[in-house]
Design a protein around this ligand. Structure first.
Ligand code: CA
Length: 235
Protein backbone atom coordinates (compact mmCIF):
# COMPACT_ATOMS: atom_id res chain seq x y z
CA UNK A 1 0.00 0.00 0.00
CA UNK A 2 1.17 3.50 -0.79
CA UNK A 3 2.67 5.38 2.15
CA UNK A 4 0.29 8.11 3.31
CA UNK A 5 1.65 11.63 3.26
CA UNK A 6 0.92 14.08 6.07
CA UNK A 7 1.88 17.75 6.13
CA UNK A 8 2.22 19.43 9.53
CA UNK A 9 1.97 23.22 9.66
CA UNK A 10 2.99 24.29 13.16
CA UNK A 11 5.29 27.01 14.44
CA UNK A 12 6.01 25.60 17.91
CA UNK A 13 9.20 23.69 17.47
CA UNK A 14 8.66 21.26 20.37
CA UNK A 15 5.21 20.24 19.22
CA UNK A 16 6.38 19.95 15.63
CA UNK A 17 9.16 17.59 16.64
CA UNK A 18 6.90 15.39 18.76
CA UNK A 19 4.35 15.17 15.96
CA UNK A 20 6.91 14.47 13.28
CA UNK A 21 8.58 11.77 15.36
CA UNK A 22 5.34 10.00 16.24
CA UNK A 23 3.89 10.11 12.76
CA UNK A 24 7.07 8.84 11.14
CA UNK A 25 7.15 6.01 13.62
CA UNK A 26 3.63 5.10 12.51
CA UNK A 27 4.93 4.78 8.95
CA UNK A 28 3.66 8.02 7.48
CA UNK A 29 5.63 10.22 5.11
CA UNK A 30 5.83 13.52 6.92
CA UNK A 31 6.58 17.03 5.64
CA UNK A 32 6.68 20.01 7.99
CA UNK A 33 6.41 23.74 7.73
CA UNK A 34 6.60 26.34 10.49
CA UNK A 35 4.89 29.21 8.74
CA UNK A 36 1.53 29.55 7.07
CA UNK A 37 2.63 30.80 3.70
CA UNK A 38 5.27 28.13 3.16
CA UNK A 39 2.87 25.49 4.47
CA UNK A 40 0.16 26.46 2.01
CA UNK A 41 2.65 26.33 -0.83
CA UNK A 42 3.79 22.90 0.31
CA UNK A 43 0.22 21.54 0.31
CA UNK A 44 -0.36 22.84 -3.22
CA UNK A 45 2.87 21.41 -4.56
CA UNK A 46 2.95 18.00 -2.91
CA UNK A 47 -0.68 17.15 -2.19
CA UNK A 48 -0.86 15.27 1.12
CA UNK A 49 -3.42 12.75 2.34
CA UNK A 50 -4.00 14.86 5.44
CA UNK A 51 -2.97 18.21 6.95
CA UNK A 52 -2.32 18.92 10.64
CA UNK A 53 -2.89 22.61 11.02
CA UNK A 54 -2.04 24.92 13.91
CA UNK A 55 -4.24 28.01 14.24
CA UNK A 56 -1.84 30.75 15.37
CA UNK A 57 0.83 30.83 12.69
CA UNK A 58 3.16 33.45 11.24
CA UNK A 59 2.43 34.84 7.74
CA UNK A 60 -1.00 33.24 7.18
CA UNK A 61 -3.00 31.87 10.12
CA UNK A 62 -4.50 28.41 10.24
CA UNK A 63 -8.09 29.52 9.77
CA UNK A 64 -7.20 31.38 6.59
CA UNK A 65 -5.26 28.36 5.30
CA UNK A 66 -8.26 26.16 6.03
CA UNK A 67 -10.55 28.55 4.17
CA UNK A 68 -8.22 28.66 1.15
CA UNK A 69 -7.71 24.88 0.97
CA UNK A 70 -11.42 24.13 1.26
CA UNK A 71 -12.18 26.63 -1.51
CA UNK A 72 -9.83 25.21 -4.11
CA UNK A 73 -10.97 22.24 -6.16
CA UNK A 74 -7.58 20.57 -6.09
CA UNK A 75 -7.21 20.71 -2.30
CA UNK A 76 -10.83 20.59 -1.12
CA UNK A 77 -10.87 16.88 -0.39
CA UNK A 78 -7.75 16.86 1.80
CA UNK A 79 -8.78 16.15 5.40
CA UNK A 80 -7.66 18.80 7.89
CA UNK A 81 -7.16 18.34 11.63
CA UNK A 82 -6.73 21.60 13.50
CA UNK A 83 -4.30 21.66 16.36
CA UNK A 84 -5.25 24.39 18.77
CA UNK A 85 -4.34 25.91 22.12
CA UNK A 86 -7.01 25.79 24.80
CA UNK A 87 -7.65 29.53 24.67
CA UNK A 88 -8.33 29.27 20.94
CA UNK A 89 -11.29 26.98 21.28
CA UNK A 90 -13.68 29.56 19.90
CA UNK A 91 -11.55 29.50 16.74
CA UNK A 92 -12.19 25.78 16.45
CA UNK A 93 -15.85 26.48 15.85
CA UNK A 94 -14.87 28.83 13.04
CA UNK A 95 -12.44 26.29 11.63
CA UNK A 96 -15.03 23.53 11.58
CA UNK A 97 -17.39 25.96 9.89
CA UNK A 98 -14.75 26.54 7.23
CA UNK A 99 -14.57 22.83 6.53
CA UNK A 100 -11.88 21.48 8.86
CA UNK A 101 -12.62 17.82 9.60
CA UNK A 102 -11.53 17.49 13.21
CA UNK A 103 -9.47 19.17 15.92
CA UNK A 104 -7.30 18.41 18.91
CA UNK A 105 -6.52 20.74 21.80
CA UNK A 106 -2.99 21.19 23.13
CA UNK A 107 -1.67 19.48 25.12
CA UNK A 108 -2.82 16.28 23.45
CA UNK A 109 -1.56 12.73 23.62
CA UNK A 110 0.15 11.60 20.41
CA UNK A 111 -1.71 8.31 20.77
CA UNK A 112 -5.07 10.02 20.66
CA UNK A 113 -4.06 12.19 17.73
CA UNK A 114 -2.88 9.16 15.76
CA UNK A 115 -6.19 7.43 16.41
CA UNK A 116 -7.99 10.49 15.01
CA UNK A 117 -5.69 10.60 12.00
CA UNK A 118 -6.32 6.95 11.23
CA UNK A 119 -10.06 7.37 11.53
CA UNK A 120 -10.03 10.35 9.21
CA UNK A 121 -7.78 8.69 6.62
CA UNK A 122 -10.02 5.63 6.66
CA UNK A 123 -13.09 7.74 6.08
CA UNK A 124 -11.52 9.71 3.27
CA UNK A 125 -10.24 6.63 1.47
CA UNK A 126 -13.70 5.08 1.66
CA UNK A 127 -15.06 8.19 -0.03
CA UNK A 128 -12.34 8.05 -2.67
CA UNK A 129 -13.01 4.41 -3.41
CA UNK A 130 -16.70 4.91 -3.86
CA UNK A 131 -16.21 7.85 -6.22
CA UNK A 132 -13.12 6.77 -8.12
CA UNK A 133 -13.38 5.53 -11.67
CA UNK A 134 -13.74 1.81 -12.29
CA UNK A 135 -11.07 -0.27 -13.98
CA UNK A 136 -11.20 -0.48 -17.75
CA UNK A 137 -10.58 -3.58 -19.82
CA UNK A 138 -10.19 -3.19 -23.57
CA UNK A 139 -9.06 -6.41 -25.18
CA UNK A 140 -5.55 -7.11 -23.89
CA UNK A 141 -5.31 -3.75 -22.15
CA UNK A 142 -6.30 -3.43 -18.51
CA UNK A 143 -6.29 -0.09 -16.72
CA UNK A 144 -6.61 0.11 -12.96
CA UNK A 145 -7.08 3.71 -11.75
CA UNK A 146 -6.83 2.82 -8.09
CA UNK A 147 -3.37 1.42 -8.51
CA UNK A 148 -2.43 3.86 -11.22
CA UNK A 149 -1.31 0.95 -13.34
CA UNK A 150 -1.98 -0.35 -16.81
CA UNK A 151 -1.22 -3.78 -18.23
CA UNK A 152 -0.99 -5.02 -21.76
CA UNK A 153 -1.19 -8.81 -22.10
CA UNK A 154 -0.46 -8.96 -18.38
CA UNK A 155 2.71 -6.89 -18.64
CA UNK A 156 2.72 -3.68 -16.62
CA UNK A 157 3.31 -0.64 -18.78
CA UNK A 158 5.96 1.78 -17.68
CA UNK A 159 4.00 5.06 -17.55
CA UNK A 160 4.43 8.30 -15.66
CA UNK A 161 1.42 9.60 -13.72
CA UNK A 162 0.58 12.05 -16.47
CA UNK A 163 0.85 9.40 -19.16
CA UNK A 164 -1.34 7.12 -17.10
CA UNK A 165 -4.01 9.82 -16.73
CA UNK A 166 -3.97 10.49 -20.44
CA UNK A 167 -4.29 6.83 -21.33
CA UNK A 168 -7.08 6.40 -18.81
CA UNK A 169 -8.94 9.41 -20.15
CA UNK A 170 -8.72 8.27 -23.76
CA UNK A 171 -9.59 4.67 -22.96
CA UNK A 172 -12.58 5.67 -20.84
CA UNK A 173 -14.47 6.44 -24.06
CA UNK A 174 -13.07 4.56 -27.04
CA UNK A 175 -13.94 6.23 -30.33
CA UNK A 176 -14.48 9.63 -28.77
CA UNK A 177 -12.12 12.35 -29.95
CA UNK A 178 -10.52 14.47 -27.27
CA UNK A 179 -8.96 17.79 -28.12
CA UNK A 180 -5.55 18.60 -26.75
CA UNK A 181 -7.14 21.24 -24.52
CA UNK A 182 -9.56 18.69 -23.03
CA UNK A 183 -6.74 16.28 -22.40
CA UNK A 184 -4.67 18.96 -20.72
CA UNK A 185 -7.57 20.00 -18.53
CA UNK A 186 -8.84 16.56 -17.58
CA UNK A 187 -5.70 14.52 -17.46
CA UNK A 188 -3.12 16.98 -16.32
CA UNK A 189 -5.08 19.64 -14.48
CA UNK A 190 -5.33 23.28 -15.37
CA UNK A 191 -3.03 24.29 -12.52
CA UNK A 192 -0.10 23.05 -14.55
CA UNK A 193 1.11 25.02 -17.53
CA UNK A 194 1.31 22.67 -20.47
CA UNK A 195 1.49 23.43 -24.16
CA UNK A 196 -0.29 21.49 -26.89
CA UNK A 197 3.04 20.14 -28.04
CA UNK A 198 3.64 18.82 -24.58
CA UNK A 199 0.59 16.57 -24.94
CA UNK A 200 2.08 15.21 -28.16
CA UNK A 201 5.23 14.30 -26.30
CA UNK A 202 3.26 12.43 -23.64
CA UNK A 203 1.22 10.62 -26.29
CA UNK A 204 4.41 9.60 -28.07
CA UNK A 205 5.70 8.14 -24.79
CA UNK A 206 2.47 6.20 -24.24
CA UNK A 207 2.61 4.81 -27.77
CA UNK A 208 6.16 3.74 -27.21
CA UNK A 209 5.04 1.81 -24.12
CA UNK A 210 2.28 0.17 -26.14
CA UNK A 211 4.89 -1.12 -28.58
CA UNK A 212 3.25 -3.20 -31.33
CA UNK A 213 -0.11 -1.85 -30.22
CA UNK A 214 0.63 1.82 -30.50
CA UNK A 215 -2.20 2.19 -33.01
CA UNK A 216 -4.60 1.89 -30.05
CA UNK A 217 -4.20 5.65 -29.84
CA UNK A 218 -5.17 7.38 -33.06
CA UNK A 219 -4.28 10.90 -34.08
CA UNK A 220 -7.22 12.91 -35.33
CA UNK A 221 -5.66 15.51 -37.52
CA UNK A 222 -5.93 19.12 -36.35
CA UNK A 223 -8.16 18.05 -33.45
CA UNK A 224 -6.52 15.71 -31.00
CA UNK A 225 -6.56 12.03 -30.16
CA UNK A 226 -8.91 9.13 -29.67
CA UNK A 227 -8.71 5.59 -28.46
CA UNK A 228 -9.35 3.05 -31.25
CA UNK A 229 -12.98 2.13 -31.20
CA UNK A 230 -12.72 -1.51 -32.21
CA UNK A 231 -10.85 -2.14 -28.96
CA UNK A 232 -14.21 -1.90 -27.29
CA UNK A 233 -15.33 -5.10 -28.95
CA UNK A 234 -12.67 -7.15 -27.29
CA UNK A 235 -10.20 -7.32 -30.17
CA1 CA B 1 1.11 28.41 16.93
Amino acid sequence: MKQKHIIIIEDEKDILEVLEYNLKREGYRVSVSSDGRAGLKMVRQDTPDLVLLDIMLPEIDGLEICRILKNETSTRAIPIIMVTAKEEESDVVLGLGLGADDYVTKPFSPKELIARIKALLRRSSEINESTSSPSITLGPLKINPEQFSAQLFGQTLNLTNTEFRLLHKLASQPGRVFSREQLIQDAIGDHVVVSDRNIDVHIRAIRKSLGDHQDFIETVRSVGYRFKETMNKGL
